[in-house]
Design a protein around this ligand. Sequence first.
Ligand code: ADP
Ligand code: MG
Length: 343
Amino acid sequence: MDTTRTELASLGEFGLINHINSRFSLQNPESIKGIGDDAAVIAQDATHYTLLSTDMLVEGVHFDLSYTPLPHLGFKAVAVNVSDIAAMYGIPKQIVIGLAVSNRFSVEAIDAFYEGVKAACDTFKVDLIGGDTTSSRSGLVISISVVGVTEHDKVVYRNTAKPTDIVCVTGDLGAAYLGLQVLEREKQVYMQDPSMQPELTGREYILQRQLRPSARMDIIHELREMGIIPTAMIDVSDGVASDILHICKQSNVGVALFEDKIPIDATAYDTAIELKLDPIVCALNGGEDYELLFTIQQSDYEKIKNHADISLIGYIQEAAKGNELVTKSGNRIALQAQGWTHF
Ligand code: ADP
Ligand code: MG
């Protein structure tokens, strides 16, 4: 009998996914794309693909109910799923929700959660079409799956970026991470002295980025109207450094990102300084931004260069040139993903 025991921590999240993936191959011709992108791609008809993605949120790991309003949590749980459909250049259509709830919860609490789910369904025009409900002995677990659609010639993968493509990112980066740091700090203060009121005024933006992030379907609709199909795309869930490296690894290319082009919100910047954190490190590695990170051909530059909510942060280069960060002083250093270890 083989008694070898391998710790999950030795593989990490991505190593574990690769490990699982290596044991499976696709058997059905309808399975166009399996493990490895933001959503799976399934044959639908002569012109369209179905997209399918799932994401789980676990109390104590992904959220803390002591400072997370339930309507925000409901909205976020849907938005993070929609974001994966957006990252395929798709349009979300339906969701199913699996809930494991402890008896600590009241009907009113469930109603509050579903109020946020409803708001997200209305915002992203998706239908809640099913799910599953069970009891939990260890906190709230939310599992949502989303179905979307895209045209055969308009599906965007992670593995198709080409040297000279321009790297673009929507919105700003690092705010969700800094919002979380502020919430955690205020929680600690409160636990030591419950008479203390949390100091959150003026930080509404970064708190909202953490507690109630949206998905950038607005950008997908705009890109479609502008006739821009990215060459590769991913949504920023782990941090832009980690996520661009997914595109690079899967596309077998390298990248150069410019430190001074990384978009950082002013409140996020000031909060980082106050917490003695490096704003650029927060922006590159923070995660949970749910912005879109994509590459475009040089020929689309003119169409996108003046877009107020899209930053051009670098370019794709040959793999041999590596993954680089060009610092403000012009030095080229290795771009590394600090990412997050779940185990
Ligand atoms: P994202 O952050 O975009 O949701 P993940 O990093 O969670 O993507 O997952 C990357 C890929 O690995 C996806 O294709 C996802 O479906 C797949 N995946 C993740 N966990 C598992 C698992 N336990 N079994 C099979 N595939 C998985
Ligand atoms: Mg994703």
